[in-house]
Ligand binder design. Structure first.
Ligand code: TXA
Ligand code: MG
Length: 364
C-alpha cells in the first residue's frame, strides 16, 4: 500500500466567512487550494462537504484517504448552477430540467450518466455520476471561483455522523485536510435526497432534504427507496456489496443507540421504560428528544439533547446530528430516541436514525 494522505499531518487552515460569502478573500484562497489539488471542507445547506477538484483523480483520491472511505462508495459532484450539469454528465433525461427548475439550488442529487471528464474514481468505477447544485452562498461562490466541478462527500470520517458545523469537521478531519470554510451551522441538517433518473421511473436511493412528496409533484411516478422498510442485516460489508454507499451502519455515533419506531405517548412510554431499565443496570444514559418529551423525563438522572418543538420536523432535522455528536461525546453507555413518522422530512429522519442505530429500529 502506498502512503496515504492522512498519514501526512498538515495544519488545517480555518477560514471564517459570513453566510453571504464575504470576505471574498477567504473564498479565493479556498478556491486556489482546490485548483491546486488540495482538500477544502465547505458549508452547504445540508451538511459540510469535503471538496476536491472532481476532474483531478489524484485530488479525489485524497478524499478517500482523509475519510478512510472505501473506493466502492461513489461521490457527489457539485456544480454552481443547473447549466453546468452538462459539463459533468453525458446526457440528461427530460425530467432533469423540470427537477432542476424546481429544486436547484437545493438538497437534491441526481444520478446521471457520467461524462468522460469525471474520472472513474469519483463514481466507484461506474457509468453514472451524482450531481448537485447546493443552495448555500458560500458553496456556490467557492464553486464559481474554483471554476471546476467539486467532488464532495460529507466531511466526516467514514461511518461517522455527518458534520453540520466547522467544529464537527475539525473533530474528524483536523490535520488531514488543507482548509475549512467556517460559515456556521447548516440550515437543513441532513444530506441531500439522491434520485436516480437513469432509472425509469426515477428512484430515490437516499431520502434527504427534498421530500418524496415534493418530488412526486414534479415526477409523479417517482419510486421510494427500495426495501426501506424490510428488515436487513447490519453487516456493513455485505450491505456495501449490494449497493454502493448504502451501508446500514452509517451516520453513526460510537455509543450504543436504541431507536423506537413510534411517536407520541407510545414512544415516550417506551423511551421511559428503556431509560429506567438502563439506569437500573447502573448504565449512564442519554436521550435524544423533542423539548416537551425532554420536560416529561426531567426527573430522571440522564443526559438529554433537545431537538426543539416536537411538531417542527425541519427544526428536529437541523439539530439531529449536532445532538447525536453532543451525546456521543458525553461518555454514555446508551442513547435512547424514537422516530418521527415517515411522511415529509420524517422519512429522512427515519432513515438516518435507523442507520445510526446500526440498521435496526425497535418496534413498540
Ligand atoms: O447533502 C449531501 O448530499 C452532502 C453535501 C456535502 O452535498 N454530500 C453527501 O455525500 O452526503 P456522501 O458522499 O456522504 O453521500 C453521497 C451518497 C452516497 O450514499 C452514495 O452512495 C450516493 O450518494 N451516490 C453518489 N454517487 C452515486 C452514483 N453514481 N450512483 C449511486 N449512488 C451514488
Ligand atoms: Mg456521508
Amino acid at each position: 500500500m502506498g502512503e496515504k494522505a492522512h498519514d501526512v499531518e498538515e495544519r488545517t487552515l480555518v477560514l471564517p466567512v459570513r453566510v453571504d460569502a464575504t470576505p471574498r478573500g477567504a473564498i479565493e484562497r479556498a478556491a486556489e487550494l482546490l485548483r491546486a489539488g488540495r482538500l477544502v471542507a465547505f458549508p452547504t445547506e445540508t451538511v459540510y462537504g469535503l471538496g476536491a477538484d472532481a476532474t483531478n483523480a489524484a485530488a479525489v483520491e485524497r478524499i478517500f484517504a482523509a475519510k478512510e472511505r472505501p473506493y466502492s462508495d461513489p461521490l457527489i459532484v457539485h456544480v454552481p448552477d443547473a447549466g453546468a450539469v452538462r459539463t459533468v454528465a453525458r446526457d440528461a433525461p427530460g425530467i432533469v430540467a423540470a427537477l432542476g427548475e424546481r429544486f436547484w439550488p437545493g438538497p437534491l442529487t441526481l444520478i446521471l450518466r457520467r461524462a468522460a471528464v469525471i474520472p472513474g474514481i469519483v463514481a466507484a468505477g461506474g457509468d453514472t455520476v451524482g450531481v448537485r447544485v447546493p443552495d448555500h452562498a458560500v458553496a456556490r461562490a467557492l464553486l464559481e471561483a474554483a471554476g471546476v466541478p467539486v467532488a464532495a462527500p460529507s466531511a466526516n470520517r467514514f461511518m461517522h455522523t455527518s458534520p453540520t458545523t466547522a467544529a464537527h469537521v475539525l473533530a474528524d478531519l483536523a490535520g488531514r485536510i488543507a482548509c475549512v470554510l467556517d460559515a456556521g451551522p447548516c440550515a437543513v441538517g441532513v444530506e441531500s435526497t439522491v434520485l436516480d433518473v437513469t432509472a425509469n421511473p426515477p428512484r430515490v436511493l437516499r431520502p434527504g432534504g427534498v421530500t418524496l412528496e415534493a418530488l412526486r409533484e414534479v415526477a409523479p411516478d417517482t419510486r421510494g427507496p427500495d426495501g426501506l422498510f424490510a428488515p436487513r442485516s447490519d453487516d456493513a460489508e455485505g450491505a456495501a456489496a449490494r449497493a454502493p454507499g448504502q451501508m446500514e451502519r452509517h451516520y453513526a455515533p460510537r455509543t450504543r443507540l436504541v431507536v423506537f419506531d413510534a411517536q407520541g405517548e407510545r414512544a415516550l412510554a417506551a423511551v421511559r421504560a428503556e431509560v429506567e431499565a438502563a439506569l437500573g443496570q447502573g448504565e449512564r444514559v442519554g436521550a435524544l428528544l423533542p423539548d416537551d418529551e425532554a420536560e416529561a423525563l426531567a426527573g430522571l438522572m440522564i443526559a438529554v439533547a433537545r431537538l426543539g418543538p416536537g411538531d417542527d420536523l425541519a427544526g428536529i432535522t437541523r439539530r439531529l446530528y449536532a445532538a447525536l455528536r453532543e451525546l456521543d461525546a458525553a461518555g454514555l453507555d446508551v442513547i435512547v430516541a424514537h422516530t418521527f413518522g415517515t411522511s415529509g422530512m420524517g422519512l429522512a429522519l427515519w432513515d438516518r436514525l435507523r442507520r445510526a442505530a446500526g440498521g435496526a429500529l425497535r418496534a413498540v
